[in-house]
Write a protein that binds this ligand. Sequence first.
Ligand code: DGJ
Length: 757
Amino acid sequence: MKPITVKKIKKEYSRFVWQTNSNEIFTEEMTLFTLTSPGATYALAALESGHLAHVYFGKRADDEDLSYLLRLDENPYTPKVNERDMGTFMDTTPFEYPCHGIGDYREPAVMIMDGKGMSALDLRYVSHEIIPGKPLLSQKLEDCEICLPATFAENGEAETLAVTLEDKRTGLRVILYYTVFTELDVIARSVRIVNGGNEAVDIRRVMSACVDFDNDEYDFITLNGSWARERVMERCRLHHGKQGVDSVKGESSHQNNPFTALVSHTADEDMGEAYGFNLVYSGNFFAQAEVTQHKKTRFVMGINHFDFSWRLEPAAEFTAPEVIMVYSDQGIGKMSRTFHDLYRQHLIRGEYKDKRRPVLINNWEATYFGFDENKLIDIAKEASSLGIEMLVMDDGWFGHRDSDNSSLGDWFVYEKKLPGGLKKLADEVNKLGMKLGIWFEPEMISPDSELYKAHPDWAIQIKGLPMTQSRQQYVLDYSRKEVRDCIYGQMREILDNANIEYIKWDMNRQLTEVGSNALPPERQRELWHRYVLGVYDVMERLITDYPKLLLENCSGGGARFDPGMLFYSPQIWASDDTDAIERLKIQHGTSICYPASAMGAHVSDCPNHTVGRSTPFETRGNVAMVGTFGYELDVTRIPKEDREKIPGQIEMFKKYNPLIRTGDQYRIGNVFEDNMWDAWVFAAKDKSEAVFTFVQVLGRPNYRSRRIKLKGLAPEKMYKNHDSGEIHSGAALMNCGINVSLDGDFKSKVVYFSAVN
Ligand code: DGJ
């Protein structure tokens, strides 16, 4: 089947009319759109009335006419002969992009405020277009045009349907984009609003996707948490009313991730239906499932409408970010693997897209602010002798920063710590055969900084309100181009004068007193979104001007682990919690939709700085290996026996990284449910090899060996277990399992399997 088919359908329906106690015959002409991916079908229909109805989303149907699902012969789903009961039609029919104010009392996808103070919209179908590949998303602003992060696809890899709707009264046009990927069960949706009228309107809400499911028999999965406990997976049964997650902090947040899934009650890792939704956006988001009076579910996702408004002048356009929708009929595991494939192939860009990342050593947990050039060189010398490939100098190298109370915005070297400057440090580190990376927090300004003295108005603020400090810093007004230009200019100065090959881009506080000294009153509520666009603008400039640079995102740990950020940085620091046992949960939750190739993970010192736990060095390595891998400890001071393990650990990482970075991930254990153990497999796409990791959280008495069933192998292939030397069929390893025996708490084991002829 073609990815997108369009069919004009004319049908005769017979409908019982109680007033006349007889059947009435009526015809309905509609345009039916069917989107087909390898395993899924999505269908929508423009009815004769112009209403855009949702028809189906789920397992592949291989049928170009699913219009029978619309129930047009049933009351109240018959708009044409239903004027008397139009209200019921509006509040009951499944819609693609529901409006507010005309009878649909469920959650709307779009709301405006026009010049007359009216908020209702009546969007009806006007036209459609099929676009090969996938168009880019961008937003025009007064002084520039900013590209929005989004998945990309060449002609042949995807096809896009664009459906235009119009509200006759205001002239507002809404264009709905649906990109179907030919090799993955993914539909990417986004929305563009064009003001075709002759009066300005304010957009008060613009969701990027709405899906009206035909029942409520789903569990709702979300990824929630806090600092050092990001993306804890929660699952609960849908119930009447509204349930959802959002962010109102100006970033995607530690507390809720812009990901949710609806899964059948019986779905597990391997079976059942799973619908995953992920917003490609790094600011305030909104995701909600609403169970309606008739036990249907309306799901919406987009920019958070809370405190949001966007003025749209005549002829102006607004682009809402993209929602990725993934369908799986093989459980949550397959849903995750589809997200992983999509992000690795169609979102992450640049030099390191398909490359192993250098093994780094970061000095944050080793020294915090207490370092100087000599200390760093000592660390680098020891690290290079052990096979570590890059030194990352974290916070504290600029301005006069000895603690977190100053200098953000002053991106020039702190001579007291680095007397010869960054070039000297880079040259020294390079001489040791290592790369140098450095930390920036480009969105922030310290009250104690040269920048703040010169431009106090550049901080986000509301005149008359005290400015809330958080970590003793303010947030720069990234909606202003001159602010972005100044910060980026300083970054360039650094990058052009020393061989810096990696940047850790941090963001350590949320937004408060959200006001700009540069925006007019009617545009102040745009600041939340303009801020995020400004961040995207600087990141895009950075990776365009320095294409070989490795960018790692970070936000007080993992507060901005979202697909928007993955468009710029192939890896994101997952959490400030580096304890191997805590990481089991964090990395499990993160892997629900983000690939291991993107997960910043380090081996740190013990007792762990966040939870005080001591775990074996091997386990810390085995857990960090399911990520970008590096060290965050003072390698000159850790116990000798740990230090001596580093070369072997790096060798192991290099051996397994291609599998972990490009293979299929299968979660076997679930520490959210059973806190005793965890396990996972990364299998090659061609099933020729796999690496299995088992972590015993707590030891147990007697009968210590556990039987663990592997996943992701080919049942008919024979595999060599490189730990025991035994050869068994994939069927035996998966159906019967292997015995794993470990003594003690926090122990772990990695076993490599390769197919034999
Ligand atoms: C928060 C980050 O998550 C840490 O890794 C570290 O870079 C600090 N910020 C530095 O201030």
